[in-house]
Design a protein around this ligand. Structure first.
Ligand code: PEP
Ligand code: MG
Length: 842
């Protein structure tokens, strides 16, 4: 060891080292040394030592230098706790001076020796002595005379000759790197990447393997996998006569790594070194239990390994790498699961903007539904449908979407809205359809009349122009950005299979249509946790009978209109039951205020008057009469069920008839779950339970067949949480609707929050959008109370969550902790939830 100082340690196979305090690079190098890889001698300096160096207290530098061979050149490289936090750039060829120049000229030739010396003078001048970089850049191009010019320039600018003493050189290099780390800019940069305030820097001093000299010399990086796909493939770069990371900075490398018809390869040029490189890479993979990128130097045909870093990788590659390491027995299935960030896999489920692709950002908003798509701008659902009919991709731009836009959303490849937040109509539907969606893009001006959008910097994009929507980042881009396909490959499926074995909470999907149900099945949801039945009335052929029902005068007319809707609903439910093949299907009865189904503009009113054969004034009057000051807190949910009971009767009948229609001989019986929305009092449940039981008895009698069903309640008002014990007496299950619960707990409109949410998050009023990440302290407390009281009222009550939070990993952890039986989320978030739940159980 370098003296008795554990903070300044020569790395040897047996050296005890307090690795966490020497940084990640030192730790990795020690592992490589223990594997007996050809790593040049290395001395590691701890965080404390480097901190002291920054303050001017240097350790015994002569003793550090004494650890290396006489005359060796050295390099210093940063070793922070996490390589992503950055650090000062490496400085190479330390120790170069006039005397070594003479020695090296004899050993490797004058020209090579001059290159090494010149480079050191340059690096030292610019980074250590902080002289004008331009002066030294020019010298680089001067050829053989460059060295003496550089030394002269140094002397002139620094007003002293270039330091010749290696102790002085190394002291100055260490000091400047230590201070660079402690500077304010560097600190802010790394804090932005998540580093703590007091993150330490270690430094490693390593003997140089000279990538410049006689014979095959050079440097490069190599890894055994493709960083985009994770497939096994030797990739990397090598540049003859180079040092450090030069090979990575060049557009080309002078030799291909592996045999290549286009030119000479390292494999041909230095076969022994190449073979050793691959063997060492395999060994590192086995023993470090990770795909590593090797940084190497070849000196006169001999291989030196300078470092290994974890291969940087796409999310898709991360999955394949983890699965292959587990399949090869290098890591356990559990560890493979833990290595994948659940949120990152949403990238695999959708087409994405290619990593590194050019982004001409013209606006941004809430990233409401992930994935990327390019299409021509359209401003109405009718245009979207026309565009789809022509086979053209289009992006639907709306101020906000309403049920009438559903068809347009189906026809579009992406949606952008000016208003709305993460639980707005466009966002919820977008996620359900897997349609990229940006909402609340308030930094663009939407001129629907002139059919154009104007960006904050004054550019405008008209109807028909092409844009790209990136629902993953929330950006809207000009033109067509380069995208990559979704990757639901075998590795993904394997990982998901392991996740299902590990987890202990069920995952269902929020599904409205048979198409959604098919997606949910595809992503292996264990049932439907929420079917929002009002979403079944958005299709054109249903909107009219729906409106007739709303306009009905008295119960008799209403029954007639409902009789038209009944077979439609029955067919919907039969399809859902059949697709879900005996898995539980939870159907929520009609929730929204009726007026949401009515037109709001003049043209719509006229169309409706025509369809209903009424004067437009009657229609307008009725629409106005149905309007409410605060519809979200008005006549909706179970309140509709109590006051206009025929609607729920019809839905219950449709569910029961479909139950019988879908129950096939020999198959497990369908047991539907019926859920009442927006409940706040026990009596609401009692009344409706009696009615629904009566419908069940009627259907059983008519059909002469028996079935069972479960009745449950959506707990989405604060009062329902507080009174969950008596509500549970009438409910076999309680499902927490955390969208409405968040809205009501905060008194924060879910449809308007998008307008100011970014300000709130930026100013840290809220750490996150509470519609996105469950507010555990506040809303969570209501949920916990509801869960506990619900179980008091009925010990075997089934508990779940079906708000948007059901797909969020942190919220799932909370749900599991309060003892929920399942979470339910958009189909496209089911895989994320499956993985997140598995990680919680490991
Ligand atoms: C909820 O409120 O959390 C919920 C799932 O219902 P919706 O979003 O339809 O109001
Ligand atoms: Mg709700």
């Amino acid at each position: 060891p370098a003296g008795d100082n554990p903070h300044v340690t020569l790395i040897t196979p047996s050296s005890p080292m307090a690795t966490p305090t020497h940084g990640g690079r030192a730790k990795c190098l020690q592992r490589l040394v223990r594997l007996d890889l050809p790593v040049p001698r290395t001395v590691a300096l701890s965080f404390d030592t480097v901190h002291e160096i920054a303050g001017g207290a240097l350790p015994d530098i002569a003793n550090v230098i004494a650890q290396f061979d006489e005359g060796a050149l050295l390099c210093v490289r940063p070793s922070s706790e996490d390589p992503d936090w950055g650090g000062p750039g490496a400085i190479l060829n330390i120790g170069m001076n006039d005397a070594r120049y003479v020695d090296l000229s004899e050993r490797i030739g004058r020209e090579f020796a001059a290159v090494l010396y010149l480079r050191f003078v340059q690096a030292y001048a610019v980074h250590v002595a902080r002289l004008d970089p331009d002066t030294f850049d020019e010298i680089e191009d001067m050829g053989p005379g460059g060295l003496s010019a550089a030394l002269a320039a140094y002397e002139e600018e620094a007003e002293e000759p270039f330091p010749q003493d290696p102790v002085e050189q190394l002291s100055a290099v260490l000091t400047c790197m230590a201070r660079a780390w402690e500077g304010t800019t560097a600190r802010l940069l790394r804090q932005a990447k998540g580093a703590p305030m007091d993150a330490g820097l270690g430094l490693v001093v390593q003997e140089m393997a000279l990538g410049i000299g006689a014979g095959e010399c050079g440097s490069g990086v190599l890894q055994l996998v493709d960083p985009d796909t994770g497939l096994r493939q030797i990739t990397g770069r090598y540049l003859s006569q180079s040092q450090g990371r030069e090979a990575l900075e060049m557009d080309f490398a002078s030799l291909f790594l592996t045999r290549d018809p286009r030119g000479p390869s390292l494999e041909d040029q230095a076969p022994e070194a190449f073979k050793a490189l691959i063997e060492n890479a395999e060994l590192m993979r086995q023993r470090l239990r990770e795909e590593m990128q090797i940084e190497f130097t070849i000196e006169n045909g001999a291989l030196h390994i300078l470092d290994g870093i974890r291969v940087p990788r796409s999310s898709r590659a991360a999955v394949r790498i983890a699965v292959r390491l587990a399949e090869d027995g290098i890591i356990s299935h559990e560890e493979a699961l833990l290595r994948i960030e659940p949120r990152a896999i949403s990238e695999l489920l959708h087409r994405q903007i290619a990593p590194g692709a050019h982004r001409d950002v013209i606006g941004s908003g809430v990233a409401a539904s992930p994935g990327a798509a390019t299409g021509k701008i359209v401003f109405s659902s009718a245009e979207a449908q026309a565009s789809a009919a022509r086979g053209e991709h289009c992006v639907l731009i709306r101020r906000e979407t309403s049920p009438e836009d559903i068809r347009g959303m189906h026809a579009a490849v992406a949606v952008v809205t000016e208003r709305g937040g993460i639980t707005s109509h466009a966002a919820v539907i977008g996620r359900g359809l897997g349609l990229p969606c940006v909402v609340g893009a308030a930094n663009m001006k939407f001129d629907l009349r002139k059919r154009k959008i104007t960006t904050a910097d004054g550019r405008s994009f008209a109807h028909g122009e092409e844009i790209t929507v990136d629902g993953t980042s929330g950006q809207v881009l000009a033109g067509a950005a380069l995208t990559v396909e979704a990757a639901l490959d075998d590795a993904f499926q394997t990982l998901m299979g392991w996740a299902d074995k590990a987890r202990d909470i069920a995952i269902r999907a929020n599904v409205d249509t048979p198409a959604d149900a098919a997606t949910a099945q595809n992503f292996k949801a264990e049932g439907i946790g929420l079917c929002r039945t009002e979403h079944m009335f958005f299709e054109a052929d249903r909107l009219t009978p729906m409106r007739e029902m709303i306009f009905a005068d008295g119960s008799e007319d209403r029954m007639a209109a409902l009789a038209v809707l009944l077979p439609m609903q029955r067919a919907d439910f039969t399809a859902l039951f059949s697709i879900m093949e005996g898995l539980p299907v939870c159907i929520r009865l009609f929730d929204p205020p009726l007026h949401e189904f009515l037109p709001s503009d003049r043209a719509g009113l006229r169309d409706l008057a025509e369809a209903l054969d009424l004067p437009i004034s009657d229609v307008t009057e009725r629409v106005e009469a149905l309007g409410e000051y605060n519809p979200m807190l008005g006549m909706r949910g179970v309140r509709l069920g109590i006051t206009v009971p025929e609607i729920y009767d019809m839905q219950a009948r449709a569910i029961f008839e479909a139950t019988l229609d879908a129950s096939r001989a020999g198959a497990p019986p369908v047991v539907p779950e019926i859920m009442l929305p927006l409940v706040s009092a026990k009596r609401e449940v009692e009344i409706l339970r009696t009615r629904i039981d009566a419908v069940a008895s009627a259907v059983k009698a008519e059909r002469g067949r028996d079935f069972t069903y479960r009745l449950g309640v959506m707990v989405e008002t604060p009062r329902a949480c507080l009174r969950a014990d008596d509500i549970a007496q009438h409910a076999q299950f309680l499902s927490f609707g955390t969208n409405d619960l968040t809205q009501m707990a905060y008194g924060l409109s879910r449809d308007d929050a998008g307008r100011f949410m970014s300000d709130y998050v930026q100013q840290e009023v809220f750490l996150e959008d509470p519609f996105h990440i469950l507010d555990i302290e506040g809303v969570g407390e209501l949920v916990a109370i509801g869960a506990e009281r619900g179980r008091q009222g009925r010990p075997d009550v089934l508990l779940s969550i079906c708000g948007e939070h059901g797909g969020d990993p942190d919220s799932i952890a909370f749900c599991r902790a309060v003892g929920m039986n399942h979470v339910s989320c958009s189909p496209f978030r089911v895989p994320i939830a499956r993985l997140a739940a598995a990680q919680l159980a490991i």
